[in-house]
Design a binder for this molecule. Structure first.
Ligand SMILES: Cc1cc2nc3c(=O)[nH]c(=O)nc-3n(C[C@H](O)[C@H](O)[C@H](O)COP(=O)(O)O)c2cc1C
Length: 309
């Protein structure tokens, strides 16, 4: 009889039943998917980004398909942190899956304010700071593009957060190592690598952008090799655990990220083509490990062979 595969992984002090989490913005507040898959099977759910006040979001169209990927400009639409605590979180508490709150703001104070509201609520396993957000106090430059702004926002969040603090990096940077180090030095417990790539697409007949906001973020399989390299770079720069994501569709993609050094992964765009993608990937991962005689998946993390011949 084949032995059971231990899929559990640790992200710092947080233990996950398996390394597959649903990515922020692609899985609503989790509860909307309860009739489509078994939420208890997931390693974790990262909810849609939460701000201090509700946000209506960007004009349509918000999504468009691209070769092996997708563009989105949703404009960070969300119900606001207080409505999330009052209306969404109670239902999520019924599941044993780790729930991670994705947090953003347009000022350092807003980030801290969202966490302060969440600190009083039960049922969350960690925070994930989305730093791919314009800093209105600094002319709209993304927090995540400048190591000093990263230090400032992470330190402010650390000051108010008692739960584990994950920092989700922007891939739209020249030197991911410097950004990763700034997050580590300012108190992050883990890094999520990475968000979407700034991009655009035009309909040549109408000469209009295919997105209401003109530009958007590229995700899906097209970005997987690019983000995989960022995980590799981040892993070499810091000691923090890394949660990898970008273009994961199947078990083999997960193994690729783990070998490069991710301790867990998230699945985003794949949820759009198949809402049960996470559950299927977990089942496939278990089978793939058994076939390869990997009895404990955490043993695979960071086992990239330096010699490529
Ligand atoms: C429609 C959509 C909405 C997203 N919203 C958020 C968000 O609110 N906060 C965030 O940190 N990332 C957000 N993301 C980024 C994803 O969580 C993920 O980092 C990215 O899509 C890359 O992973 P993937 O290729 O598996 O989709 C969003 C992505 C998509 C496609």
């Amino acid at each position: 009889m084949p032995g059971a595969v231990d899929l559990s992984v640790n992200i710092g002090a947080l233990r996950l039943a398996n390394p597959i989490l649903a990515a922020s913005g692609t899985f609503g507040y989790g509860v909307e998917f309860a009739h489509l898959l078994n939420l208890n099977r997931l390693g974790g759910i990262v909810v849609k980004g939460l701000s201090l006040e509700p946000i209506a979001g960007a004009p349509a169209p918000r999504l468009c398909e691209t070769p092996s990927g997708m563009l989105n400009a949703v404009g960070l639409q969300n119900v606001g942190v207080r409505a999330f605590v009052a209306e969404k979180l109670p239902a999520l508490r019924a599941y044993r899956t780790a729930v991670i709150a994705n947090v953003f703001g347009y000022t350092v104070e807003e980030y801290a304010g969202v966490i302060q509201v969440l600190e009083d609520a039960g049922g969350l396993a960690a925070y994930e700071l989305n730093i791919s957000c314009p800093n209105t106090a600094h002319g709209g430059i993304q927090f995540g593009s400048d190591p000093r702004m990263v230090s400032e926002v992470v330190a402010a969040a650390r000051h108010v957060a008692r739960r584990p603090l994950w920092v989700k990096l922007s891939p739209n940077v020249t030197d991911i190592a410097a950004i990763a180090q700034a997050a580590e030095d300012s108190g992050a417990d883990a890094l999520t690598v990475a968000n979407t790539y700034q991009a655009m697409s035009v309909d040549v007949r109408t000469r209009k952008s295919r997105l209401g906001r003109i530009t958007g973020g590229l995700s899906g399989p097209a970005i997987r090799p690019i983000t995989l390299r960022l995980v590799h770079e981040a892993r070499r720069a810091v000691k923090l655990p890394i949660v990898g994501l970008g273009g994961i569709e199947k078990a083999e993609d997960v193994l690729e990220y783990l070998i490069v050094g991710a301790a867990a992964v998230q699945v985003g765009t794949a949820n759009f083509s198949d809402p049960a993608a996470c559950e299927k990937i977990i089942a496939d991962l278990e089978r793939a490990c058994r076939r390869a005689n990997i009895l404990k998946i955490s043993n695979l993390i960071g086992t990239l062979e330096a010699d490529c011949t």
